[in-house]
Design a protein around this ligand. Structure first.
Ligand code: COA
Length: 331
């Protein structure tokens, strides 16, 4: 198979994590849980929690500034901002527009993509189309999540899993460079929406006292079912993205999977055919930051020198929707 040449390159990455660290022991002070249970079942040791007055737009803008600085891009040069979030600052306007205002990217068109934990891969594939089609010279992709604002802190089966943070990348035309997006694969299955969702507070069940009393505006999840689908969908998606890139697992230097649970990560790597030495893991430090996990990991992997120019990097994610997707990159 002919190997595709990248049309779109990543020229900068950035991340932002709130300062406040909440450990498992901190959670065990007011929840019927333990550090031992959480670490054994999820691999999570601690997570970052944003202060009450810090929203997704603030965190996204902070990550984006770092990505823009690395890419040498001024705010006025950004043509499009595509922002993934499951935790918008407010329902109107989009968090992308709020972030645009914080960044001063006054020449950009800005909009949100909602695909839960797969949001970054979805947003990247939309941005790739914009840049490849010549509709944008500079695209800013941001994934930012304040998961602490949508979990029920009295529900031990969900609250221990999530954390807050943001990641961002700058995309530009590859212009003949061998580096960039090699392929992607996306999937969704709305029939399984109720496995991981927020039942109330939207237009179908508007916010009411009953919604608040039942806490139906917060995350509900069938953990075991989600686990099974996550592993299968992510492993399958890895195979398709690699095939579309004309690569095999042996060509991959680093797998960057969505960081939800170390057991999901290990099972996905196993079914995808990659040893754990080639898998990036930071779920122990941050928990599940939904769409932000992959760009935060990408930025850390780059900073730590785990990926260098020429490395083949496979990213993969899974989330509510259900949604899933993988993207093969040449660094
Ligand atoms: N501390 C202590 N015990 C807990 C607990 C916690 N934080 N959360 C659940 N438990 C208990 C349950 O109540 C249950 O007790 P019971 O047997 O007395 O009923 C027991 O632990 C086992 O629960 P179960 O849900 O079967 O555990 P599990 O091994 O499936 O692990 C998850 C639970 C949530 C960690 C796991 O299902 C998972 O990771 N699922 C995927 C979740 C996810 O990552 N979602 C986002 C995807 S994007």
């Amino acid at each position: 198979m002919k190997k595709p040449s990248p049309l779109v390159e990543i020229t900068g990455t950035g991340r932002f994590l709130p300062d406040d660290i909440v450990t498992n022991d901190d959670l065990a002070e007011h929840l019927d849980t333990s550090d031992e249970w959480i670490q054994t079942r999820t691999g999570i040791r601690e997570r970052r929690i944003a202060p009450p007055d810090m929203g997704a737009a603030y965190m996204g803008a902070a990550a984006a500034r770092k990505a823009m600085e690395q890419a040498g891009v001024e705010p006025g040069e950004v043509d499009v901002i595509i922002l993934a979030t499951a935790t918008p600052d407010r329902w109107l306007p989009s968090t992308a527009c709020d972030t645009q205002a914080l960044l001063g990217c006054s020449n950009a068109v800005a909009f949100d993509v909602i695909a839960a934990c797969t949001g970054f891969i979805y947003a990247m594939s939309v941005a790739e189309c914009y840049v490849a089609a010549g509709r944008a010279e500079v695209a800013l992709v941001i994934a930012t999540e304040k998961m602490s604002s949508i979990v029920d802190w009295e529900d031990r089966s969900t609250s221990v899993l999530f954390g807050d943070g943001a990641g961002a990348v700058v995309l530009r035309p590859a212009n003949g460079s061998a580096r960039g997006i090699l392929s992607s694969h996306l999937g969704s299955n709305g029939d399984l929406a109720d496995l991981l969702y927020r039942p109330g507070g939207g237009s179908a069940v508007p916010l009411s006292q009953q919604v608040l009393d039942e806490k139906s505006h917060l995350i509900r999840m069938e953990g075991r079912e989600v686990f099974k689908h996550a592993v299968r969908c992510m492993a399958d998606s890895c195979h398709v993205a690699l095939q579309n890139a004309g690569l095999t697992v042996d060509d991959v230097q680093l797998l960057i999977p969505h960081q939800a649970n170390i057991r999901i990560i290990a099972a996905t790597a196993k079914y995808a055919g990659l040893p754990m030495e080639k898998v990036f893991v930071n779920v122990n430090r941050y928990g599940n930051m939904s769409s932000a996990t992959v760009p935060v990991a990408l930025d850390e992997a780059d900073e730590e020198g785990l990926i260098t120019p020429g490395s083949n990097v496979l990213t993969v994610a899974f989330g509510s929707g259900l949604t899933w997707g993988a993207m093969a990159l040449r660094w």
